[in-house]
Design a protein around this ligand. Structure first.
Ligand code: NAP
Ligand code: MG
Length: 402
């Protein structure tokens, strides 16, 4: 069988632990036998990040900027325990955080719906996509623990030297803690634009929630910029039959749980972080949640929403069998390949990616699945596939399908 040629390169970022093991299997069994593809490889494994003083992460992000498409394996964000475990020079920053701040952009998380894996939330029938603003707020904050009484203030010094502004945060009578955070109009505007474009592409309603009753200026600013962008796109949204709703964030949570799904839920950075794990778990498994970072200038980075599945990796290191779900990692590859094909105008490349996705879903619907899915499958299945068995089953089916 001749391999399908992918015209332009894709940036590949390897990662850590169990997902690194899965990554290699996916490449060897599901991608490279079928595609003639130029992968620009960056090893974001913790050891190599440490060796390069994290320069490799910045290089990878720059390569995505240049080439347009990247696919990334989950990576360790080191904490103190990891520094000890891997003998690191320091607690390197989250690679995802670094990539997000270089590309700016919005993270969209979409669950993979499989017929025999019913969501834990019974009302949900259609995907709930989370659009997470990926810049600023607490992720770019500054904080201070205060060990004695004193005054904390916000001071703004205009670059043009005009009227300085000072606001008192609190008069501390004793020890306490303060935090300063920010966002920019430019980033909020591109967040709103990205959500509108994504909703138009997916033909799905668009919801946005914030807490503007409490944070009248900060959250109110988000609400207003978002509403303005909706106004600019009104005709397009109306002709696509897309409704926009603004809600208080707590109301949005209640509405989402009661709804049948089928909307893009735009979230501020922290809300998106928390709510995407809630939605992923509600749909069945973290192993079924895909994630894509879309930059304002149309660059894409695809990955699974889950982490490196450390507990399974430790079992693997002990020589014990594992049953780690590879579906979200496979869909990171298919997402990147399909988008590459779309941008290159090569329908055969897009078709390959869609075929691989169909095969994965039909494998699970045929009763072959990892343990996380076996526990919730309906009708019930009696056995689960090991990590490598699931990928082998998909590879077998894919060969036949091609
Ligand atoms: P995790 O890797 O997402 O795993 C948490 C638990 O969720 C697992 O122990 C497992 O539960 C279940 N799980 C997640 N993905 C699964 C899959 N594909 N198949 C089966 N079960 C799955 O989160 P973590 O253990 O908190 O974090 C581990 C490392 O990942 C950390 O170093 C963190 O920094 C990193 N991380 C990276 C990213 C990223 O690169 N995007 C995102 C999040 C976390 P059971 O053990 O109960 O089976
Ligand atoms: Mg999170």
């Amino acid at each position: 069988m001749a391999k399908i040629r992918v015209l332009n390169p894709v940036v590949e970022m390897n990662g850590d632990e169990m997902t690194r093991i899965i990554w290699q299997m996916i490449k060897d069994k599901l991608i490279l036998p079928f595609l003639d593809i130029d992968l620009r490889y960056f090893d974001l494994g913790i050891k190599h990040r440490d060796d390069t003083e994290d320069k490799v992460t910045i290089d990878a992000a720059q390569a995505i900027k240049e080439l347009g498409i990247g696919v990334k394996c989950a990576t360790i964000t080191p904490n103190a325990a990891r520094v000890k475990e891997y003998g690191l020079k320091q607690q390197w920053k989250s690679p995802n955080g670094t990539i997000r701040s270089i590309l700016d952009g919005t993270v969209f998380r979409k669950p993979i719906i499989i017929r025999n894996i019913p969501p834990a939330v019974k009302a949900w029938k259609k995907p709930i996509i989370i659009g997470r603003h990926a810049y600023g707020d607490i992720y770019k904050n500054v904080e201070l623990v205060l060990d004695r009484p004193g005054t904390a203030e916000i001071v703004f010094t205009p670059a043009d030297g005009s009227g300085k502004k000072t606001v008192s945060i609190h008069e501390f009578k004793g020890p306490g803690v303060v935090m300063g955070m920010h966002n920019t109009e430019k980033s909020i505007r591109s967040f709103a634009k990205a959500c509108i474009n994504y909703a138009l592409g997916e033909k799905t309603d668009l919801w946005f929630g914030a807490k503007d009753t409490i944070s009248k200026q900060y959250h109110g600013f988000f609400r207003d910029v978002f509403a303005e962008e909706i106004g600019f796109a009104q005709d397009k949204l109306a002709s696509a039959g897309i409704n926009y709703r603004y809600m208080l964030i707590d109301d949005a949570v209640a509405q989402v749980i009661k709804s049948p799904g089928g909307m893009l839920w735009a979230c501020m950075n922290y809300d998106g972080d928390v709510m995407s794990d809630m939605v992923a778990t509600g749909f069945g498994s973290l192993g079924l949640m895909t994630s894509v970072l879309v930059s304002p200038d149309g660059k894409y980075e695809f990955e699974a929403a889950h982490g490196t599945v450390m507990r399974h990796y430790y079992e693997h290191l002990k020589g014990n069998p594992t049953s780690t779900n590879s579906i979200a990692s496979i869909f990171a590859w298919t997402g990147a390949i399909a988008k590459r094909g779309e941008l290159d105008a090569t329908p055969d490349v897009v078709a390959f990616a869609r075929k691989l996705e169909e095969v994965v879903i039909s494998t699970v619907e045929g009763g072959v699945m990892t343990k996380d899915l076996m526990l919730i499958a309906e009708p019930a299945v009696k056995t689960f596939a090991r990590t490598e068995e699931f990928i082998a089953a998909v590879a077998e089916k894919l060969k036949t399908a091609m």
